[in-house]
Design a protein around this ligand. Structure first.
Ligand code: CA
Length: 228
């Protein structure tokens, strides 16, 4: 079955350009021109990936992203933000509300497809893997569930993969480059700072139960997960 990708973009020329390229690459694009119709499409059928424009006529794309992350049905939906805003603070705001990736306009079809492909691979279920338990954290790849003690933890696909990777090798220090390789895979367009942003989000998600202290920054080295 080919991945269904919802494109939320109010500029018809850009939406059509993206759709043509996705279709050509074997994906099934679906179009929505504002946040409200995107919501309807998502309610009707959950897509495999959301390409979400920041500036929409009815409400900002990041507001839709925030709502989708707060809803258990859509919390694991991979989201790539599209935007003309290139400022670092905006990029961080996008990640804070739960976007998994970020593409700045104008972008090449090659870059878009690379990001889409990498994102879909990252979000693919790892059903063959066994559940892991480290320092009171329990992660089950088959069900996409994480628990900190008895408390369920909501993570986006990227944070889930990041935590999963750290949990497979507790106590080992991983450089940002290594984490990009292991978690992001095809990362030719992704900056190493992206790792820091997702580590921060992971810590925020683990904070209510105090498990954020397990995620340690190693100065000059990278990150590691403490075994207890
Ligand atoms: Ca727009």
């Amino acid at each position: 079955m080919t991945a269904r990708i919802l494109i939320v973009e109010d500029e018809p020329a850009i939406a059509e350009l993206i759709a043509v390229n996705l279709r050509h690459a074997g994906y099934t694009p679906v179009l929505a021109h504002d946040a409200a119709s995107a919501r309807q499409q998502i309610d009707a059928a959950l897509p495999d990936l959301l390409l979400l424009d920041w500036m929409l006529p009815d409400s900002p794309g990041i507001e839709l992203a925030r709502r989708l992350r707060a809803d258990s049905r859509t919390r694991a939906l991979p989201i790539i933000l599209l935007t003309a805003r290139a400022q670092e603070s905006d990029k961080l705001a996008g990640f804070e509300v739960g976007a998994d990736d970020y593409i700045t306009k104008p972008f090449s079809p090659r870059e878009l497809l690379a990001r889409v492909k990498a994102m879909l691979r990252r979000a693919a279920p790892l059903a063959a893997d066994e559940a892991l338990e480290v320092g009171g954290l329990r992660l089950d790849p088959a069900t996409f569930r994480v628990q900190a003690g008895d408390t369920p933890v909501s993570l986006s696909p990227t944070e889930f993969r990041l935590l999963h990777y750290l949990m497979t090798q507790p106590d080992r220090v991983h450089s940002r480059a290594r984490l990009l390789d292991a978690v992001w895979g095809d990362h030719v367009f992704i900056e190493e700072r992206t790792v820091d942003v997702h580590i921060r989000r992971l810590r925020v998600a683990l904070q209510p139960t105090g498990h954020d202290r397990l995620v340690e920054t190693v100065r000059g080295g990278g990150y590691r997960l403490l075994p207890a």
